[in-house]
Write a new protein. Structure first.
Length: 213
């Protein structure tokens, strides 16, 4: 939304607020209603110049109302895409395409096990939210910062759209599973049996004494 459009919308809203307040006052005040009727009869109804001005103002407000309505309908229709204007025309990139770019980038980062992305159109820029599952041995502040930096950089470079913000939510910590297996390592083993990995002490058994002793 351009600055000029915002300015016109602000003026339009102010005028409509004043008109609405006046209509409410006239509706609840008989004296105000009578004064308004007299003013209309004496200054507008039989004065062609005043009629032209009144019609002109009404046409301007009608055109503005219609323009704002069409703009609102167009914004709702294009909410699933971001537009770029070039010298040769308009380019639209869907939010789904931007989501795929963000997912591709994040999945290449070491320590990210699973990820989901959500992209929102904000005034023809985008806000990206990443829900990630990380490996248990990573430093969460470092990996989330890396996801934010790389996703923003690649999306802006490849899609040509402005990324207002990249939100990262660590949704889960990955815990691998192995079925009916014992992993041995010197004096420790890990019992899994379709559950999370829990290190436990390896049982130590005493060697039987020699019978000859």
């Amino acid at each position: 939304m351009s600055i000029m459009f915002r300015f016109i919308l602000a003026i339009y809203s102010l005028c409509m607020s004043i008109i609405s307040a006046g209509v409410i006052l006239i509706a609840f005040s008989q004296d105000m209603f009578n004064r308004t009727s007299e003013f209309y009869k004496n200054n507008i109804r039989f004065n062609s110049y005043s009629v032209l001005i009144t019609v002109f103002i009404a046409v301007v407000f009608f055109a503005l109302s219609l323009g704002f309505l069409l703009s609102a309908l167009k914004t709702g229709k294009d909410r699933n895409a971001v537009s770029n204007h070039t010298n040769t025309g308009e380019i639209k990139i869907t939010l789904k395409s931007i989501e795929i770019i963000a997912l591709t980038v994040a999945r290449r980062i070491d320590g990210v096990k699973d990820i989901r992305a959500f992209v929102k159109n904000v005034d023809n820029n985008v806000l990206i939210k990443m829900m990630i599952t990380v490996m248990p041995d990573v430093k969460i502040p470092e990996i989330t910062a890396e996801v934010q930096m790389k996703v923003k950089e690649v999306v802006e470079e490849h899609a040509g759209v402005k990324v207002n913000e990249v939100k990262v939510v660590v949704d889960n910590i990955y815990a691998g599973t192995v079925s009916n297996t014992y992993l041995t390592d010197d004096n420790k083993h890990t019992a899994v049996d379709n559950k999370k990995l829990y290190p436990v002490s390896k049982p130590i058994t005493e060697e039987p004494a020699d019978k000859g002793e």
